[in-house]
Design a protein around this ligand. Structure first.
Ligand code: NAD
Length: 505
């Protein structure tokens, strides 16, 4: 594998600009096979190309990260935070064009891409503020016999495997605490939205010592190699439950520590004590249809108390009908296309089966540009009623702009329905009666419950976030994520052993 000199993420090809997500190891781009990355709003438009990383690339990246680990881990947390803060500044300066690139490769509308790209600097900034937490040891006992204290130590090389739906934000939720804690990283962007993340990672790598950040884009081959690699001590995986299970199996080989942020089937529960206001309706439109439904904690099913049901469905379908589907770069679009063909076809198949089972399927909203509609993976927002509680659409993670709305009669019934799932990521409870909402919230089997809200921004970076059951293992965000990329080491420093059992000499 020859090395080529490091260069920016944008290469000129004639008068078109081709963005490239390359394998980046110790600041050098390595040769690889590439595949095209297309614009989901115009699938004939190639936005760039992505390296299809191999096990050999992962070996090289792990070797570089291992070589960089001793010096990086021996810096103080404050020194590492200074490096990360400089990188955050550089990423912020480039955020505008990066957000446009993300829309072109991922499909989401521009404001959503700005949130995603803005996450890199925001999350780095948040974690640099936690450096002091790593500097402190916790003393358990200190007396005439000695001192016992513990501190957080880095784990070593950390793999960060990223999905395509919010690639930059989700990558930095793993990378930022890992780096601050003194680990070095091998990051694997998804082959379906790798360009913006790779550009951001090249900026980050350039601001840090060589080999601290390495990138192996690609598909399952590179991901599986990271999950199994004996030189990697920790994997932060974000993606589907099925792939998370494979990661966990592969990680067992060297007993890697894993953090798994997996799929969700979040219920929104509109209680009898709710009032169906414009705000409630609008929030539930955002909570379902932002990013065309492709966020792990989008609402995936809505339960409405029967006393509100008919009125809710009428107002909700009217609000959803105001959505405009089109190219995410067009400011008139309120939702963009879905990201890729398998996802597009999966949703269409799911709707066909839902109709065939007798449900009422309302395809709503407006196509911004009917002439180019068939050029992209566009789906109009869809509300489904008259659907059985155990139907496929209700129990799967649809990950698209489609939502079932179901009635319920009692609190016990809706708690049972909400919990009757393999997933347990998040939920929301909607009510004018805070105590009522809290009583229900505490009975839900999921990692986060939102009250009267459920959308981007509600899951603050300081708040522990993760899933029960099939939605994952461990909690990301906040101090919890920082602790999750460290080992707890206890030091027992005795000066007087006279009180210990056993003979004294
Ligand atoms: P995915 O599981 O298909 O892929 C995720 C990543 O794993 C990709 O980079 C992929 O290339 C890689 N991969 C594929 N096979 C692998 C293997 N055998 N070993 C290791 N890595 C492998 O998921 P996706 O379709 O990219 O993303 C959508 C899913 O991610 C949804 O289920 C969504 O709910 C979930 N998600 C969860 C969270 C969360 O925080 N809980 C956030 C975002 C997305």
């Amino acid at each position: 594998m020859a090395q080529t000199p490091s260069r920016t993420a944008v290469a000129d090809r004639g008068d078109t600009v081709l963005h490239e997500a390359a394998v980046l190891v110790a600041g050098q781009r390595l040769d690889s096979e590439f595949q095209p990355v297309v614009n989901p709003a115009r699938v004939h438009e190639v936005v760039g190309r992505v390296a299809m990383g191999t096990g050999e690339h992962v070996d090289r990246a792990v070797a570089a990260a291992s070589a960089a680990f001793p010096a990086w881990s021996q810096l103080s947390a404050h020194e590492r935070a200074e490096h990360l803060a400089r990188a955050a500044g550089a990423i912020t300066a480039a955020a505008g064009p990066l957000a446009e690139l993300l829309t072109r490769e991922q499909g989401k509308v521009l404001w959503e891409s700005r949130v995603d790209v803005g996450g890199a600097a925001h999350i780095l900034g948040y974690y640099t503020g936690l450096a002091e937490r790593l500097a402190e040891d916790e003393v358990f006992r200190s007396d005439s016999r000695g001192t016992i204290f513990s501190g957080r130590r880095p784990m070593g090389v950390t793999g960060v495997i990223v999905p395509w739906n919010s690639p930059v934000y989700l990558a930095f939720l793993g990378i930022s605490p890992a780096l601050l804690a003194g680990n070095t990283v091998v990051v694997k962007p998804s082959e379906l939205a790798p360009l913006t993340l790779s550009a951001v990672l090249e900026m980050l790598a350039a601001k840090l010592p060589e080999g601290v950040v390495n990138v192996v884009p690609g598909g399952g081959e590179a991901g599986a190699a990271i999950a199994a690699h004996p030189g990697i001590r920790k994997v932060f995986f974000t993606g589907s439950t099925a792939t998370g299970q494979q990661v966990m199996r592969a990680a067992a080989g060297n007993l890697k520590n894993v953090s798994l942020e997996l799929g969700g089937n979040d219920p929104a529960i509109v209680l009898e004590s709710a009032v169906v206001t414009d705000r409630l309706v609008d929030e539930l439109v955002q909570s379902v249809f932002t990013a065309s439904g492709q966020i792990c904690f989008n609402v995936k099913r809505i339960y409405v108390h029967r006393s509100h049901y008919d009125r809710f469905v009428e107002r909700y379908t009217a609000a959803v009908d105001r959505l405009v589907v089109g190219d995410g770069l067009d400011p008139r679009s309120t939702i963009g296309p879905v990201n890729n063909r398998p996802q597009f076809e999966r949703i269409l198949g799911l709707l066909d089966r839902t109709r065939a089972a007798g449900a009422t399927v309302r395809v709503l909203g407006t196509a911004l540009d009917p002439d180019t509609w068939d050029d992209g993976y566009f789906l109009r927002p869809t509300v489904v009623t008259d659907v059985e509680p155990g139907a496929e659409l209700v129990s799967c993670e649809q990950f698209g702009p489609v939502v079932p709305v179901l009635p319920f009669d009692s609190d016990d019934e809706v708690v049972g329905l909400a919990n009757a799932t393999e997933f347990g990521l998040a939920a929301s409870v909607w009510s004018e009666d805070r105590e009522h909402a809290l009583r229900i919230a505490r009975r839900l089997e999921c990692g986060s419950v939102f009250i009267n809200v459920h959308r981007i921004g509600a899951s603050d970076v300081s708040m522990p976030f993760g899933g029960f059951k099939g939605s994952g293992i461990g909690r990301g965000h906040g101090i919890t994520a920082l602790e999750a990329c460290t080992e707890l080491q206890t030091i027992a420093d005795y000066v007087d052993v006279s009180g210990f059992p056993g003979p004294s000499r």
